[in-house]
Design a protein around this ligand. Structure first.
Ligand SMILES: Nc1nc2c(c(=O)[nH]1)N[C@H]1C(S)=C(S)[C@@H](COP(=O)(O)OP(=O)(O)OC[C@H]3O[C@@H](n4cnc5c(=O)[nH]c(N)nc54)[C@H](O)[C@@H]3O)O[C@H]1N2
Ligand SMILES: Nc1nc2c(c(=O)[nH]1)N[C@H]1C(S)=C(S)[C@@H](COP(=O)(O)OP(=O)(O)OC[C@H]3O[C@@H](n4cnc5c(=O)[nH]c(N)nc54)[C@H](O)[C@@H]3O)O[C@H]1N2
Ligand code: SF4
Ligand SMILES: [Mo]
Length: 847
């Protein structure tokens, strides 16, 4: 290992001098064809005086925003970046400006640690060889031919010996293309991963309770209607960090228009600091008790909107239950404790959630007496084990007060790039024309919470009470960072060491790649032909190629097509549509909402010459803007103004006519008693849920921590420095946003911990070390760590030095199969060895 590190440092120096890159200097470069050109400081200075071209550069990650970013390219060299200046900025027609991550993109795309060549593990042999060496073996550079031959021969060998179900394709999460899975599907199928790793328990609850076929992401109000709100509750939502781009600016317009903001979060976040009129810290994974305590106050103080409940919901009280349901199982009697003897009073709630009784009462009163009020949640509070009660209780509170379906009101998880701008897309791309290849063994699918156990123990849950044997022998990692970004990474590393063949297809030596046998370098979007990116509902971005492919990197499609040839699979199935045609299909098929809101029309005008220049086939068409204008600007932004026909509030139609415009639920109403949901959860077989929202302490929640001697609850937040794990390797960003461990000042004092002391954090599942950030900005008993750091195991000490939350979080299958990262308990102690800041660590440069 020491040898490897030394080698990496030398290579880093070599490459730096080769490129003439000094800190802060301009960067690289391609020559026609391939490879790099030498750019020293003098050459860089010379180039920066020359005329170049601004090219729209993709910022393509699952970052929670979407902005316009451009790269200035002179003679093939990227000189600098900028963001949106296509029109003057104003609150009503804002620019789409990038964040620190987007503005550092060239440091990632042109990073010295890009994978340059295919590599195999030195001691690899067919069947794995010494598998224990995974993660610490040396890397050997190989040709593409050898890499592709190894891929094909191992795939054939494993299929022959174990069958198709032994291929595991765990992508998803941020996942873009599904190329490797197309190939495996065409070759007889593979075992897939399933389960929402992102939105917690929102998706199934939102869709089942409301009958809308979505996870609630685009529900609530658009940015203009938010200005109608009198009260906005950011419930476990931190847009300033996790919805970068416009959302915080849009919230500021609502604040200017008079909205009060209350923030419910164990952390005093940047959003609380920027927007909040009040901060209510709450223990993680206990929000349901706070909601129930509020419900108790609202019921007992006669603040209910009874006519809304009667007309628009089912299951609130014994008189409004669905046919066949036990009348005692109604929500009101549960809250009042009529049958179980436990009234869910603010006092009861306070004991569990840690919010003062008077604060709960005042908050409940304010919410119930303010209209319109909007509850806007992040995914975070629902990212807990057996977490289905939380969204259900949150929605029920809005129904009890009638705070939904009127401009400025609502309840939904409105985070990510639809935050502050709910509603159907106003501009959208066409399809790329690639047909799906079905998986012939689609039933072989393992939940994220069980996948590493399944690899290690050979079994997974197909449905309640039904375990199925599986013998995974190949893991193919691509376009997600599964080993790093799912819970249970310690088990994941063991699983990677167990199988006969592990491969990673990425831009960097990520955690997945490090524990693989074979690593295949892929091109970034800056090196590909171009494509469209969606973001908030008003924009469509058209990014184009910035540089030629670096070193020997190839596109995912090229890689699988080459493997297909060797496997005897028809490449037309795997790679059926040329890149040029895909791009054309998306642009020609792009549509934009008409100004009167009556439907969509074509966005782009194409002439026969445009189509020919693109290298595609198609007929000329007329749209709102010319192809040339779209390409030059790189963006189309729908013109908007207050009062236009494109404003949006969820459930307005239903509210106007609850009888005529029924919801698509069995009752046609919002279901406070939702049997469909309980049955669905029950059938999956991981946990159970009563038809009404109740408090069911989550596994590894507050109570389990107290019981089992883990005094702290950890929240794993989405962090400024990166988009999940993406961009975590950029030293600029590492330096600007240290991967620090948040701890309350009182708690830290008791343990003798000060800011920058190195602490050891131990959960039931793994151990990490990190520098402490001691602050009053987090409530006592709670600690926090940003998710996404790249696992960096100190094998001897048995600790992860990077502070990867995948190591801390448990591998637990739960609820609808979602991931419950915010229910987790830890112990904290001072660590006795120093730790260098991670921006000074050697980059993972092998060649
Ligand atoms: N910078 C950055 N932004 C991102 C991403 C990224 O990786 N980096 N990823 C994007 C993606 S894919 C997603 S899904 C979204 C996620 O977006 P969110 O889920 O909104 O983001 P989080 O940072 O996980 O959590 C938001 C807030 O919830 C709080 N919180 C955590 N647990 C609880 C709880 O139990 N109760 C309450 N009341 N609050 C709690 C946290 O302290 C945090 O301040 O972010 C997107 N945006
Ligand atoms: N503890 C904890 N864990 C979490 C969360 C949390 O809150 N707490 N949040 C979860 C959430 S919300 C999400 S959405 C997931 C995200 O989980 P993932 O999707 O697994 O994470 P990313 O870091 O986005 O991984 C994307 C990977 O694809 C690679 N990549 C980019 N472009 C290409 C390409 O063109 N081809 C190929 N082959 N590779 C490419 C990138 O380099 C990167 O390694 O993480 C989840 N993990
Ligand atoms: S918010 Fe996302 S799209 Fe916008 S600049 Fe940042 S990383 Fe790029
Ligand atoms: Mo996500």
């Amino acid at each position: 290992m020491a040898n490897l590190v030394e080698k990496a440092i030398n290579h880093k120096l070599n490459r730096r001098s080769f490129l003439g890159l000094s800190a802060g200097a301009v960067a690289a470069v391609t020559l026609p064809g391939c490879g790099l050109q030498k750019v020293d400081a003098d050459k860089a200075a010379e180039l920066s005086q020359k005329q170049g071209e601004w090219i729209t550069a993709a910022c393509w990650h699952n970052c929670g925003g979407r902005c316009l970013n451009k790269a200035y390219v002179v003679e093939g060299v990227v000189i600098r970046q900028k963001t949106d200046d296509t029109h003057p900025d104003s609150p009503d027609f804002p620019q789409q400006r990038g964040c620190a991550r987007g503005r550092s993109h060239r440091k990632m795309v042109l990073g010295a640690d890009r994978l340059k060549y295919p590599m195999k593990r030195k001691n690899w042999e067919p069947g794995g060889g010494n598998k224990e060496l995974r993660g610490k073996d040396e890397w050997v550079r190989i040709s593409w031919d050898e890499a592709l031959d190894i891929m094909a021969s191992e795939i054939m060998r494993i299929k022959d010996k174990y069958g198709n179900a032994s291929f595991f394709a765990p992508a998803g999460g941020s996942g873009g293309g599904m190329e490797p899975q197309r190939l495996l599907n065409a070759y007889g199928g593979c075992t897939e991963r399933w389960g929402n790793v992102s939105w917690g328990s929102w998706p199934d609850v939102y869709s089942t309770v409301t009958g809308l076929p979505n996870n609630g992401a685009s529900s609530g109000n658009d940015r203009f209607r938010l200005r109608d709100s009198k009260l906005i509750i950011l419930w476990g939502a931190n847009p300033a960090q996790s919805s970068q781009g416009l959302p915080t600016y849009n919230y500021l317009q609502a604040k200017k228009a008079g909205a009060k903001f209350i923030v419910i979060d164990p952390l005093y976040t940047e959003s609380a600091r920027t927007l909040g009129d009040q901060w209510i810290p709450v223990r993680p994974a206990t929000d349901t008790t706070l909601l129930l305590g509020m419900a108790h106050y609202i019921i007992t103080n006669n603040l209910l909107d009874q006519s809304f409940l009667d007309n628009c919901t089912i299951g609130f009280d014994a008189d409004h239950m669905p046919a066949g349901a036990d009348p005692k199982e109604n929500f009101k009697d549960y809250v009042l404790g009529t049958f179980d003897g436990t009234p869910k009073t603010p006092e009861w709630a306070s004991e569990i959630c840690g919010v003062g009784v008077d604060i709960i009462k005042k908050f409940a009163h304010e919410y119930a007496t303010t209209k319109p009020a909007a509850i806007i949640s992040g995914g975070a509070p629902a990212r807990i084990n057996n977490g289905e009660h939380l969204p259900h209780a949150m929605m029920t509170l809005a129904y009890m007060t009638g705070n939904i379906g009127i401009p400025g009101a609502g309840v939904s998880p409105n985070m990510h790039n639809s935050a502050t701008n709910a509603g159907p897309a106003l501009v959208q791309p066409g399809g790329n024309g690639i047909p799906k290849v079905n998986n012939p063994i689609a039933k072989s699918r393992i939940n994220s919470g069980e996948m590493w156990d399944a690899v290690l123990d050979g079994q997974f849950t197909e449905s309640k009470g039904k375990k199925v044997d599986v013998n995974i022998q190949m893991i193919w990692n691509w376009f997600s960072h599964t080993l790093n970004q799912r819970a249970g990474a310690t088990r994941g590393i063991e699983a990677h060491k167990k199988v006969e063949f592990a491969v990673a297809q990425n831009l960097f030596l990520t955690t997945d790649a490090r524990y693989s046998d074979l690593v295949l370098p892929v091109t970034s979007q800056w090196e590909r032909l171009g494509g469209l990116l969606t973001g908030n509902r008003e924009i469509l971005i058209y990014h184009t190629q910035v540089i030629k492919p670096l070193f020997e990197a190839k596109s995912d499609m090229w890689i699988v097509a080459e493997i297909a040839k060797r496997l005897g699979v028809d490449t037309k199935i795997v790679d059926p549509v040329s890149e040029e045609q895909q791009l054309y299909n998306q642009i020609a098929g792009a549509t934009v909402m008409k100004a009167d809101g009556s439907g969509y029309e074509k966005l782009v005008t194409f002439t026969a010459e445009d189509i020919q220049a693109l290298g595609a086939k198609g007929a000329p068409q007329t749209g709102r803007i010319s192809y040339q204008e779209f390409k030059e600007k790189g963006i189309y932004q729908v013109p908007r103004s207050r009062g236009d026909k494109l404003e949006f509030t969820s459930f307005e139609d239903f509210l106007a006519d609850p009888v005529g415009k029924k919801l698509a639920t069995p009752s046609g109403k919002f279901e406070i008693y939702c049997d469909t949901l309980s049955k669905k959860i029950d059938k999956i077989g991981f946990s159970t849920k009563s038809p009404i929202p109740k408090y069911d302490p989550p596994r590894e929640g507050y109570e389990d921590g107290v019981k089992d001697g883990y005094p702290f609850q950890i929240v794993t937040i989405h962090y400024y420095r990166r988009s999940h794990s993406t961009l975590d390797n950029v030293p600029w960003l590492r330096e600007a946003f240290p991967q620090e461990f948040w701890m309350n000042a009182g708690d830290a004092a008791k343990l003798g911990i000060k800011t920058n002391d190195i602490v050891k954090v131990t959960s039931r599942h793994g151990v990490v070390i990190r520098p402490a950030y001691v602050t009053e900005r987090i409530m006592p008993g709670v600690v926090a760590l940003g998710e996404g750091a790249w696992v960096e195991m100190d094998e001897q000490a048995g600790v992860d030095k990077a502070g990867s939350t995948g190591i801390i979080n448990g591998h637990i299958a739960t609820g609808q199969g979602h991931s419950g990262y915010n229910s987790c308990n830890v112990k904290v102690e001072k660590y006795d060895k120093p730790l260098e800041p991670d921006y000074k660590w050697p980059q993972r440069i092998i060649f």
